[in-house]
Design a protein around this ligand. Sequence first.
Ligand code: DX5
Ligand code: ZN
Length: 215
Amino acid sequence: MTRIAPSILSADFLHLEKDVEMVNQHADLFHLDIMDGTFVPNISYGFPVVEAIARKARKPLDVHLMIVHPEKYVERFAKAGASLISFHYEAAQENTAAVIECIQGQGVQAGVAINPDCPVQAIFPYLYQVDFVLIMSVFAGFGGQKFIPESLHRIRTVREELCRIGRPDVPIEVDGGIGPANAADIVGAGAQILVAGSSVFKAEDPAAAIAAMRI
Ligand code: DX5
Ligand code: ZN
């Protein structure tokens, strides 16, 4: 079944405990966006927020690093309670294999993330090694952007390659502009984890929005 990972970036930071409880009750993962103002033009939040969420979370923490030198921070995010950590291929480039090993060495599932303007073939060499793939369906950096329709083709291409190399069970996570209106298409293209920020936290009924995406 599809797993839904609400993006805490769109949560109410003045009432975070309420939103954490909502994710505990209705969703599958906490998606935590870490932005450094260098790899992406935005800055989000860091360790104090992740550690506070970890104290109340009953679902795994899925940390999405949008930072340069991700390897420097893997151990701290692992200690803060991450069960999954993804980092951007564009940030790591020729260090990608080493960063995956560094994450897995902490006993954490490793994911490679890729922005919409980078050919998906660039991450093919790492599909043998990763625990999951994160395909960005908007440019990393901000919540509330519109889903880029070409992402569906990119998801299909990565899914085909995973099947071709004999790793059909590796999940594909998709992030950006996802809501009840496009969830079925994204799952149909081959995704298993849907990240959703604004469509969950800005909804009248977040639990219903999550249920509508569980295809
Ligand atoms: C964007 C982040 C996303 C973002 C998703 O850089 O990686 O996780 O919070 O937000 P929505 O669902 O609003 O596009
Ligand atoms: Zn994200």
